[in-house]
Design a binder for this molecule. Structure first.
Ligand code: 4FD
Length: 222
């Protein structure tokens, strides 16, 4: 998969250079390119925003750098590309959505700023996605959240079993996990986990997972 990101803050994308995503890139399972929208401006001041027509406070992201950035990336790729705008007005991101997007060949993510983007940008956008009902200073963090949720689902990035056991796929949360030591600050690991009885352990875990989901997120129970 190829993921191209258009942003005015390319330097914030460091989280995509560590851990699982770093390894996915090294394995050649995903290529992530970050592009500075200022490089697609043509004026002397590399202006990416401007005042809103009709007045009012706040700046609006200009359409030209975004259109030109998209055109440059589409010509380069020759693939069927999905153009995604991260915005608080988008469809709420779900595990199912991430699963669908993990099968795409080419994604172009647009990170907005200021009071929003020129409305005409929406004519070239295929999907508008939000990571939750709150407002952020920019679309960069949502873009990284989206990339992370997608990349871990690309075959070969994680062990198959780990992905199958995802809470939002199985419909229940994980069971409680423990590691050594068996007693820490007086807090004991449940006896059953030390018993070596694998059938009992499996039963205990299933029960815990269900109880925990019912208590924390009854809406998830299928
Ligand atoms: N909830 C989200 C996305 C972006 C954002 C922006 C239009 C504002 C929250 C386009 C308006 C981008 C989210 C930047 N805040 N702020 O996913």
């Amino acid at each position: 998969m190829l993921i191209d990101i258009l942003t005015i803050f390319p330097e914030v994308f460091i989280p995509l250079e560590v851990s699982i995503i770093k390894r996915a890139k090294e394995k050649g399972l995903v290529k992530i390119n970050i592009y500075n929208l200022r490089d697609f401006t043509r004026d002397k001041h590399k202006q990416v925003d401007d005042f809103a027509y009709g007045g009012g406070k706040g700046m609006v992201m200009k359409p030209e750098p975004i259109f030109e950035g998209i055109e440059y990336l589409k010509v380069k790729s020759d693939k069927s590309s999905k153009i995604i705008l991260l915005s608080p007005q988008g469809t709420l991101l779900t595990q199912k959505m991430a699963q669908g997007l993990s099968r795409e060949k080419h994604l172009i993510l647009i990170c907005g700023h200021y009071e929003g983007v020129d409305e005409r940008v929406r004519t070239v956008v295929n999907r508008e996605i939000s990571i939750g009902d709150y407002v952020l200073t920019g679309g960069e963090l949502p873009a990284m959240v989206l990339v992370d949720s997608i990349c871990r689902l690309i075959p070969g990035v994680l062990p198959k079993k780990a992905v199958e056991e995802d809470s939002f796929s199985t419909g229940v949360f994980d069971w409680p996990h423990y590691t050594r030591p068996p007693v820490y600050r007086g807090l004991k690991v449940p006896e059953v986990l030390l018993s070596g009885n694998h059938r009992e352990i499996a039963n205990w875990r299933q029960k815990q997972a269900e109880e925990r989901t019912r208590a924390l997120r009854p809406d998830l129970i299928k």
